[in-house]
Design a protein around this ligand. Structure first.
Ligand SMILES: Cc1cc2nc3c(=O)[nH]c(=O)nc-3n(C[C@H](O)[C@H](O)[C@H](O)COP(=O)(O)OP(=O)(O)OC[C@H]3O[C@@H](n4cnc5c(N)ncnc54)[C@H](O)[C@@H]3O)c2cc1C
Length: 392
């Protein structure tokens, strides 16, 4: 793979909206990605393997629980810092960002928000340091966009619960020590359970043959009469709103992360357009190529503003789920379109692993699908503005 020459576009001087701390956090993540992710990531994506050696680095840049209080091992940062870290990691690779998002927003967040003190102090410090990795089991073979229909369930057996069912498409599943699993009790209400690797009847087979997020590990969670201690149920929130609250936090991170992937594609295409000569000119001198670049930087700038404003609202506690949906949908779609255009701008080289663009493009096909598909987020906005439910 080519050396990482990335220079971040900031067309509207958005750095002026950031605090010194934001810039420090972002720059540390940017440096780390250049040093420890870019040189190896193409190789791992080609091998379809998660590079476990970067776990410590992810922890060091605060990517595991950026906004979790320091008393639990988190970085104690604000929401914009969280967004900036996700942006920088996804600039390197969406799969690596997925690993960090799942750890922070889908494993640590529910334990922090819905767990009790004993659960927080047992799990959060180990997850923050990367000593343990976590995953989040919501999606099932027959229930993706409609998680409320889940069939995974647990029964009260006196001194423990008995968990049965299966989850699929679970990021980090093959190596996670801890799974936050959503399952129905005997009355049909959804609860979060902390399931640990090693519990009898719990297996996590890896999902192979992915053309997307190849450097992220994905698998199933299978529960065959798993005895879960009663102390492992998250006590402070139940119902579908509990997993959806985690998804709000993760989708917020994705809205920022996708900007990173788009920036990398734009920056690569811009540099290539000035170097690649055809018909005696750099291809960047042709109007058709300039149209692509001009539209890319316009869309990136709009997405940056959307993410920044959402970060302010999320920090002061006013961001709604529908507002988060809009940003996730817009920014991922924007990044996917930029990746496709940037890939064309590189001609044949666009399909080569020498450059990051094709990898970003394939990764973004998962990002546009997981954590609510592109169409589902449109329906959420539609419901929000009309008050009319098109889901059912
Ligand atoms: C790489 C990867 C990693 C993932 N990681 C995780 C994870 O860590 N944890 C987890 O729980 N899940 C995870 N997922 C699952 C992901 O969230 C689901 O794939 C996603 O929610 C869509 O569900 P589905 O695949 O079952 O598609 P379906 O729900 O079957 O949807 C198929 C199509 O139908 C459309 N559709 C569905 N309902 C409607 C409707 N009412 N109106 C209009 N159109 C509709 C959808 O938009 C989509 O286009 C991951 C997925 C991938 C690909």
């Amino acid at each position: 793979m080519k050396p990482d020459l990335f220079e971040a576009p900031d067309y509207y001087n958005l750095d002026e909206l950031l605090t010194e701390e934001h810039k420090l956090v972002r720059d540390a993540a940017r440096e780390w990605v250049k040093r420890d992710v870019s040189p190896i990531i193409e190789d791992y994506a080609q091998k379809a393997e998660f590079p476990k050696q970067i776990i410590e680095g992810l922890a060091n840049i605060g990517a595991f629980g950026p906004y979790i209080p320091m008393e639990y091992g988190g970085a104690g940062l604000d929401q914009i810092s969280y967004g900036l870290i996700m942006q920088e990691i996804e600039r390197g690779d969406s799969g690596v960002r997925s690993t960090a998002s799942v750890q922070s927003s889908l494993a640590m967040y529910p334990i922090w928000k819905y767990g009790n003190e004993a659960q927080r102090s047992k799990y959060l410090p180990k997850l923050a340091s990367g000593e343990w990795m976590g995953c989040f089991g919501l999606t099932e073979p027959d229930h993706g966009s409609n998680p409320g229909g889940m069939v995974t369930n647990f029964k009260d057996k006196g001194d423990h619960y008995l968990l049965n069912g299966a989850k699929m498409w679970i990021s980090n599943a093959p190596f996670a020590q801890v799974a936050v699993v959503w399952a129905k009790d005997e009355s049909g209400r959804i609860h979060g359970l902390i399931v640990e690797r090693g519990m009898e009847g719990f297996t996590t087979p890896e999902t192979h043959n992915k053309w997307s997020l190849r450097a992220s590990s994905t698998g199933e969670l299978i529960f065959d009469n798993v005895k879960v201690p009663k102390a492992n149920v998250l006590p402070n929130k139940s119902g579908l709103g509990a997993p959806l609250g985690c998804l709000d936090s993760a989708r917020f991170g994705i809205a920022w992360g996708a900007i990173g992937a788009a920036m990398d594609c734009y920056d690569t295409a811009l540099r290539y357009s000035k170097e690649r000569m055809q018909f005696g000119k750099p291809i960047g001198q042709f109007q058709l190529q300039q149209k692509k670049l001009a539209e890319m930087i316009t869309e990136i700038t709009k997405a940056q503003l959307l993410a920044w404003r959402l970060g302010v609202m999320r920090e002061n506690g006013t961001a709604t789920s529908a507002q988060i949906s809009m940003a996730k949908r817009n920014n991922v779609d924007m990044a996917l379109k930029i990746a496709r255009d940037a890939r064309q701008m590189l001609g044949g080289m666009g399909i080569s692993g020498e450059y990051s663009i094709m990898r970003h493009m394939m990764n973004l096909e998962s990002v546009v699908t997981y954590e609510g598909t592109h169409d589902i987020h449109l329906l959420i906005t539609g419901l929000d503005v009309t008050g009319l439910n098109a889901f059912k």
